[in-house]
Ligand binder design. Sequence first.
Ligand SMILES: [Zn+2]
Length: 139
Amino acid sequence: MPVADVLGIVGSAIDTVKKLREVEAKIANAELRNLIGDLNMALADLKIEIADLKDENTRLKVELKQEKERAIQSGQLVAKGALLYFKEPPPDKPVGPYCPNCKGNAGKLMLLEDQRTSGLGGFGDFHCPACDAWFKSSP
Ligand SMILES: [Zn+2]
């Protein structure tokens, strides 16, 4: 069940508590008033707990995505000269070339910019926008 739905249920439970308070005011029963107070506190705790779970869920989703990407990268990247290429690229990624510095230092997959026709060829053929390194074409 999505967190938004759970929060909706808690919200309507809180609305019900408000209506109970109105009824309680008419009949003025101390025991009923205490029970409504307990219920209200339990719902407030529940709301906080849901917010914590939502944060944890978001964090775990990010971690899982990063872990999946790492697994894909380490299993399928091959070096051609200094540069890295996918043997079989995932559907959402080009075959390469990728920066060996960024992969080695930060485990980051950075696609290199092809500068062979840019007139900046004195520096190299490919440029990394993240670490600013230049590379020659693979032999
Ligand atoms: Zn780089």
